[in-house]
Design a protein around this ligand. Structure first.
Ligand code: KDG
Length: 327
């Protein structure tokens, strides 16, 4: 494998996704998918040809094995994914809705992934594998998992800063894991050390205190926390990005003919954005690639299945979306 360019860390989970649309209480069958925001970004980057390493823990069980095999099969470096015999692999269960928000149930309290420690990160950075890595991607999910996991993210940010890496942070506020009051100071402190911050308007408002309906105020507030680039992911309305010294960008969403499963689209956006920046793309190009990757995921079940590889991305850029998938 070529030298690692991107490092990410967090909890990779098995998501049991309902096969039928409807409330969880009446779902009869589920299909397993590998999920977890940072794992999704790692796979997105690997598919686009960027050597990416994932730091984390899985349990010594079948789901842990499935996650390891899946990530390895996608070309993600899993040499720093530890098997922890002391706790099970985390699981989430989610229903699918065509109207209203789908419910997600976490079965991850005390999971192996939540036992990630700063020592795991320190030994990963001390290994030769990460020498020369250019980018660290973190999210607001991992610091919510446990004190140890929060300290692990802090350590990763500290080491990446020392190594001169670009750091991106996706706020990914998960209110089933912690309250806004708990999350805001932690995420503000991480944002202050990040080069790029991704957020939804709601997350940006919760963390900065700015009005969720005022995108200009949100952008100002996000940039005031310290990053050079702030990106607002607007779902079906596209994305907005601001960078010091770069013209602000608005990209309408790529329309999706059949929105099958929106979960994972934000992570796909991050993967596309990061890939474009690593390749020297400007802000507008990074948002363009992010938007295409996000739309491709929405059209397919599971967080990762629709992530485009390089060939598909080139095709989407040249020919536009296939009419039977994207309009
Ligand atoms: O962004 C998708 C993630 O939310 C999903 O894969 C599960 O990481 C996850 C979480 O904690 O919500």
């Amino acid at each position: 494998m070529s030298a690692i360019e991107v490092v990410t860390l967090g909890e990779a989970l098995v998501a049991l996704v309902a096969r039928e649309v409807g409330p969880l209480a009446s779902v009869g069958t589920f299909e397993p998918h590998v999920a977890g925001a940072e794992a999704n970004v790692a796979v997105g980057l690997a598919r686009l040809g960027h050597a990416t390493a994932f730091i984390g823990r899985v349990g010594d069980d079948g789901f842990g094995t499935a996650i390891r095999r899946h990530l390895r099969g996608e070309g993600v470096d899993v040499s720093m994914l530890t098997t922890d015999p002391g706790a099970p692999t985390g699981v989430l269960v989610r229903e699918r809705r065509e109207f209203g928000a789908a419910e997600v149930t976490y079965l991850r309290g005390g999971s192996a992934g939540s036992r990630l420690r700063p020592e795991d990160v320190a030994s990963a950075y001390a290994s030769r594998t990460l020498k020369g890595a250019r980018w660290l991607h973190v999210t607001g999910i991992t610091p919510a998992l446990s004190e140890h996991a929060r300290a692990a993210v802090e350590r990763a940010v500290e080491l990446a800063t020392g190594a001169g890496m670009t750091i991106s942070l996706d706020l990914n506020l998960r209110r089933k894991l912690w309250s806004d009051d708990e999350a805001a100071p932690v995420l503000r402190s991480l944002a202050a050390r990040a080069g790029v911050v991704f957020a939804s308007p709601d997350e940006a408002a919760a963390v900065t205190g700015a009005d969720a309906g005022d995108t200009a105020a949100l952008a100002t507030a996000l940039l005031e926390m310290g990053p050079a680039i702030a990106v607002l992911k607007l779902g079906s309305e596209g994305a907005l990005a601001w960078g010091h010294g770069e013209a602000p960008v608005h990209r309408a969403a790529v329309p999706v003919a059949h929105a099958v499963d929106p979960v994972g689209a934000g992570d796909a956006f991050c993967a596309g954005f990061i890939a474009a920046r690593l390749e020297g793309g400007d802000l507008a190009w990074a948002v363009e690639i992010g938007a295409i990757c996000g739309a491709a995921v929405v059209a397919v079940m599971g967080d990762q299945a629709g992530l485009p590889d390089r060939e598909e991305l080139e095709r989407l850029l040249t020919d536009g979306p296939a009419t039977d998938v994207l309009r």
